[in-house]
Design a protein around this ligand. Sequence first.
Ligand SMILES: Cc1cc2nc3c(=O)[nH]c(=O)nc-3n(C[C@H](O)[C@H](O)[C@H](O)COP(=O)(O)OP(=O)(O)OC[C@H]3O[C@@H](n4cnc5c(N)ncnc54)[C@H](O)[C@@H]3O)c2cc1C
Length: 157
Amino acid sequence: MKDFCIIGSGISGATIANILSKKYSLDVYDKARGVGGGRSSNKKFNKKESFDHGVQYISPKSAPFKRFINNLITKKIVKTWQGKHIFLNTNKKKDKKHLKIIGNKGNNSISKYLLKNINCTFNSELIKISNKDNVWELDLSDGTKRFIFKNQKINFY
Ligand SMILES: Cc1cc2nc3c(=O)[nH]c(=O)nc-3n(C[C@H](O)[C@H](O)[C@H](O)COP(=O)(O)OP(=O)(O)OC[C@H]3O[C@@H](n4cnc5c(N)ncnc54)[C@H](O)[C@@H]3O)c2cc1C
């Protein structure tokens, strides 16, 4: 039995899983085929080419997020986007103020990095959650059940 189950391997699920994994046991489940399955997934055509399905780039604005992204730039997980926008409305000014960050190998790179040491199961949809005694019961689409302790108290530091 694990302390937590995280549903979803997008940027939100990956972030919370990464934080909690430092102190607790957990598993990640996603109904999609791979990491970032929802709005930051990346489809590979071949070894060199791939296509991002959701987020085009990230523009970090807050100081903590900038620090997080700078660390990922150093680790070559993400990089600055060097592409150009073409505006049909010629009055629109270019946004030169904010960095535009993309994944080094697709925009699911951040989720992949955050989940690299975490047990993830894909093609696994959560279809029901129920409560029995002191335990949460999770029903997955493959017919299996997972159990986690109820009422975990979390301290974020
Ligand atoms: C076309 C597009 C362009 C975008 N452009 C930008 C941009 O330029 N800049 C920017 O910052 N943001 C952009 N966004 C927004 C950004 O992509 C999202 O805010 C972010 O990726 C959401 O992450 P998330 O983890 O919250 O959700 P999601 O990425 O949706 O992740 C949720 C995950 O949960 C899984 N899931 C859901 N239900 C279940 C279930 N019952 N059982 C198991 N798994 C389940 C899904 O498969 C999915 O992988 C864009 C989004 C889109 C679609």
